[in-house]
Structures are given as C-alpha cells and as structure tokens.
Design a protein around this ligand. Structure first.
Ligand SMILES: [Zn+2]
Length: 459
C-alpha cells in the first residue's frame, strides 16, 4: 500500500517547507518536490493545507476504575475521538490501585487496548505502592516496553504513595533509566482541607478548588523536585496548573534538577468560575489539580510559548452527568476529570497559534515532538522524516466549527469545551500510512493500533 501526499506545507520543529511525502509499508520513504511514484499510488492533494507530524497525547485515561465508577470511554471510542482530533498516539496511565497486584493490573490495562485502539498507544506504569515484589515487577514492565512510571502524591490510600515509597520508586527508576511522571499535590493537606470544608457545610463543586489550593500543588511540585534532586532520577510533572507550581518547577530546573513540565488543555482555556456554576454544571468542571483563578491562564500560555512548559496533554477522563452527580452531597465524591482527547489540537491551534499566543513550531513541538522525545518514541513518532512512521495530519485552515457534545465522538454526554469556536481541523489523518480520518469522519480500520514498545533512555 503506497500513499502520496502532494503539495502540502510541512510544518515541523525547525523546518517549514512545501513538499510531497511518499509512504510505503507504513513509513515515510521519500520527501521532495514532484516525486515520481508508481502507478496505482493513492494520492491526496494537500494544496493550501498544513501537514503536521501525528500528534501525541502524553496523558490520557481510557480504562479507569476511579471514585466508585469507571471512566466512560473504551479504547475503541477514545481512539476514534483522538484520531478525529489529530492525535495519532496516546499514552495511557495504567492505574492499578494500592490494593491491586501491579502486574495483574498492567496485563489488565493492556488487554483493554489490544485489538481495540484505532491509533497507536503506550502506557505510563503507575507505582501506587512500593512493597518487596515491586522492583521485580517493575523490571518486567520495563522489559515489556513500558519505560515510564507514574506516581501520585495525591489520592491518599488509593493511588497515592508516601514519601518513602516515592524515594524507593525514584531510586529504582534511576537504576532502570526510566522517567517518572508525577501528580503533585500534598495528599495530607487535601484530606484535611476537604474535611474542614465539609464540616462547615461547604459541599458544592465550588469548594473543590479551595480544598486543593495553589500552594498545595506548589508544595507537591517542590517536594517531588527535591526527591529527584536527591535520587538523581528524571521527572515529569503532569498537569501543572498554576504559577506557584510553575515557579517551584522552574526553580528546581535552575538548580539542575532533571525535570520536565506538562500542562493540560483545560488549564489553558478554562478557569475556576466554570466549577462554581451551580449543580451538575459545576461538577462537570471538577478535575485535579482544579481549574484555577483566571490570572494563571496567561502565565501558562507564555511559559508554553517559551518552551518552559514542555508538553500539552489532556488528562482526558470522561465521566458523564449521572456519574458526576455521585458528588451531589459532597464535592469530595465528584469523579474527577474533564474529557479533551478530541479537542486538544483544534483548541491549541485556534486559541494558541491563531490568537498569537503560541508560535506554530512550538505548537508542533509541545503536542508531538517533545512528547515523542521524552517518552522514547522519537524519531519513530513526532517528526516527518524518512524512516519515520507515516502518522500525518493534513490540517484544514479554512474549517470553522463549534465544539458540542451533540457532535463529538468521545463516549460522554457533555464536553468541557461546549460552545467554543474552532478555526481549523484535520482534513486527513493517517496512522502508519493508512487513512483513518477524513473531514471529521472515521473512515479507517478499528483495532489497528499497536502498543509502542519503548526503551529506557535516562541513564
Ligand atoms: Zn491524569
């Protein structure tokens, strides 16, 4: 199966050129002007359109038992939504809880994706306790091609690790050459503040943010950095949401701590007033770290544009309105999460690139190239180069639309970004040379996605 993409303008980190791309056997074999191709080659005319490397979402939840329920997507629905939005690879958090066996959890998470995902995928392995079996189990997981871990400083007694467990995990990660991603909030402060607020009769979703204020995240970020500093491991803060946490992370980087920063889509576009809406409307906007005071949004955009924030993920995690209502009597029972897997690229492009907040090559870097580099997928993914997988997004700059749950493909009855305008969307999306999406429709092969095996590289 050969494919020619003609006349598009390729946009990558450090390069922008008009050229044709020829694909054979799933990978890019030639790039140049006026390529001669064999008869019968499928040809797509990309005149007037941009061609990006397939986008990578470094932080999603598809299968997730959490807060007495399950996130709504399957790999079938989640991957189709991802592809329609231009994401050709996602990295899912494999999240067995403290009471689960880690290896059984890992196999369970893999089984949910295998043969179901229409895009390629990988996992971050959560370490939710550190017991005597843990080092051997984690070595097996790394040998299986999952070369990144996740720890939670939050969610005490469920996903959360204590400081001793964090130290052990980072020491092992350092030995294994594995990067450790971390949810940085102080679990004890969150637990105490939640109880205080509830005891004062403050039960609505508007109290979620005050139960985990910016200082709680800044403390978690700073503590994670200190543990990295003293173990010489490499870390990655997930979903950094506010200026005090950013300062803690950047201060650590200045001292030479090996630390990378991710922020996620909702924190660039939504603020805490969304979660202050009464009833279920507010609950739909509950995630952790919470949506913040509006002044943080400009800080995050600026840091992203300057490359101080490395990557943009989504923390995609769909719970529907009925599930959100589990928290109608106490905000502590609202399942945390906002879906975003389908909207990340179009919203970043519209509100970042088009509005002049984000330089276009940095956009490609943050949403594709840097996640590929940080998580061992480069140059197979994250670039348009000879030998790379032909994951390509042909982007239509003339498209105008409005985000709505009535039209989206995520398996959820609301969108966190309802009513927002988008100016641009993928016209064609390929995964390893096969057209999977055309003009907002999935036209490809279900279950075609492969688990991407990754080598440790942080030695
Ligand atoms: Zn997450």
């Amino acid at each position: 199966m050969a494919l020619l993409i003609k006349n598009g303008e390729i946009v990558m980190v450090g390069a922008r050129e008009r050229a044709d791309i020829f694909v054979e056997d799933e990978t890019i074999s030639r790039i140049g002007r006026n390529l001669e191709v064999p008869p019968g080659t499928e040809t797509i005319d990309a005149s007037g359109k941009l061609v990006f490397p397939g986008f990578i979402d470094p932080h999603v939840h598809i299968y997730l038992p959490f807060m007495a329920t399950f996130a709504k997507d399957t790999h079938e629905t989640g991957s189709i939504a991802a592809l329609i939005g231009g994401t050709t690879t996602y990295i899912e958090m494999c999240c067995p809880n403290r009471n689960d066996d880690a290896l059984q959890g890992y196999e369970l998470w893999k089984s949910k994706a295998e043969g179901k995902s229409a895009c390629d995928y990988a996992f971050h392995m959560s370490v939710t306790k550190f017991v005597k079996e843990t080092p051997g189990q984690l070595r097996q997981v790394v040998a299986d091609g999952t070369a990144s871990f996740k720890i939670f400083l939050a969610y005490k007694n469920f996903f959360g690790v204590d400081d001793a467990e964090m130290y052990q995990t980072l020491r092992l990660a350092r030995q294994l050459g594995v990067i450790v991603t971390a949810h940085c909030e102080n679990a004890e402060l969150v637990a105490q503040l939640q109880q205080k607020l509830l005891s004062e009769g403050k039960t609505g979703p508007e109290w979620h943010e005050p139960s985990r204020p910016e200082s709680v995240e800044a403390e978690g970020t700073g503590r994670f950095a200190a543990f990295l500093e003293n173990t010489r491991a490499t870390g990655y803060v997930v979903h950094l949401s506010c200026e005090p946490a950013l300062k803690a992370a950047l201060g650590a980087k200045e001292r030479g701590v090996k630390l990378y920063i991710e922020s996620v889509l909702p924190h660039f576009l939504l603020d805490k007033t969304c979660a202050e809406k009464p009833g279920v409307e507010g609950m739909k906007h509950v995630m952790s770290p919470p949506l913040r005071a509006k002044k943080n949004l400009g800080v995050l955009w600026s840091a992203l544009d300057r490359g101080l924030i490395d990557t943009v993920g989504t923390d995609h995690c769909p719970f529907d309105a009925e599930q959100k209502l589990l928290g109608k009597d106490a905000f502590t029972n609202i399942p945390n999460g906002i879906p975003g897997i389908e909207d990340r690229i179009n919203l970043l492009y519209t509100y970042g690139v088009k509005r002049g907040r984000l330089e276009i090559e940095r956009f490609v870097d943050a949403a594709s190239t840097r996640p590929a580099k940080l998580f061992g997928l480069f140059p197979r993914k994250g670039t348009i180069a000879i030998g790379s997988d032909a994951d390509l997004v042909i982007y239509d700059l003339d498209y105008h639309g409005v985000i709505s749950a009535t039209k989206h493909h995520v398996n959820n009855d609301y969108s966190g970004f309802e009513g927002m305008v988008i100016e641009g969307r993928p016209a064609v999306v390929t995964v390893r040379g096969k057209v999977q999406v055309k003009d907002g429709k999935f036209v490809g092969e279900r279950g075609r996605g492969r688990m991407l095996k990754r080598e440790p590289s942080y030695f």
